[in-house]
Design a protein around this ligand. Sequence first.
Ligand code: ZN
Length: 389
Amino acid sequence: MRKITADFIYPISSKPIKNGVIVIDDNRNILDVLSSTEELQDIEKHEGIICPGFVNTHCHLELSHMKGVVTEDKGLVEFIKELMSQRESEPDFVQQCIANAETEMIANGIVAVGDISNGSDTFAQKAKGNLYYHTFIELYGFMGEQADESFEKGLALSLKLKEKSLKFSLVPHSPYSASRPLWEKIVEWNADNNGIISFHNQETEDENRLFLEGKGSLIGLMQWFGLDTSFWKPTGKTSLNSIKDTLPKGVKTLLVHNTMTTAEELLSLNLKLSSLYWCLCPNANWYIERKLPDINIFLETDSKITLGTDSFSSNWGLSILSEMQRIKEYYPKVSTEKLLQWGTLNGAELLGIESKFGSIEKGKSPGLNLISDVKNGEITEKSTQTKIV
Ligand SMILES: [Zn+2]
């Protein structure tokens, strides 16, 4: 048994406790959360904040071998072109990088990951059970006639995960890269299988332009892939407004990036869907476009936020604390309490693992992170993190 205290305990499910105490058993289960150290002996005392293990809701572990490969600040389309042309690598090297990336996430206090997979490269590592994974099997196909083939490929991948008893759902890459027939198949699959939908949303201005006017760099990207774009009919609406009526009410849905999403779009979708989550990956946005979403509108519309690291192809590290620090840098008024909720409990709820992860409560075993070098109980750019449980 361990009794652990710090200047502030952030249970997340309840208000922060100054000098609170967490009691855990030898299996790292929380036995109790106390408000004072009085009458307790053998207490482990730390300076800073203790919070639950982090939940990373957007990663591409299979791209871990691309660290430092893609040029920064070139915009999304150039990013995708560089990524696709340099993605192939030696299988042993890919596996080693996947294992190293997982080790880094564990050291950075991450306990659960929503991970995008286009192929099966990460499945063996995931099966080791070092971290909790929900794999989003990502499908794309710009042309309607590719829908069946793409969907069947996804189903075949899902069987490999099922064999290993790993959690998964089928998801579209984005509204522009999945045709309407493919999109509808995926949505239906999730509605029938209690799945979780996740897709890249409005990561760049030209995604909206493609839907509004049929113009911009994404049309060029499709042509670069050798696709015939002559059939494309703009909807006259933004990307999100073009697909929002297809999203089913009762299915958990995670929209990732949301760099160009407006307050009206947030409000109307929050009203329409009951289990809607917005994943922010500020470091990846910074890496690719030197741009961040307007976080104030997410706060004003009371949108449910989660955090993601994206992959090593678009980030310098895989650290949820570092994502929080990027937000703090540009939005200093966002409280540490909020940031921690985004990086823990909200993600756990999305992945359906909140009975074990996401908050410091009796009966859970969420992992514990110590955040040091805080100022008045708030995370700063100097804060560091240590996994203590
Ligand atoms: Zn991504």
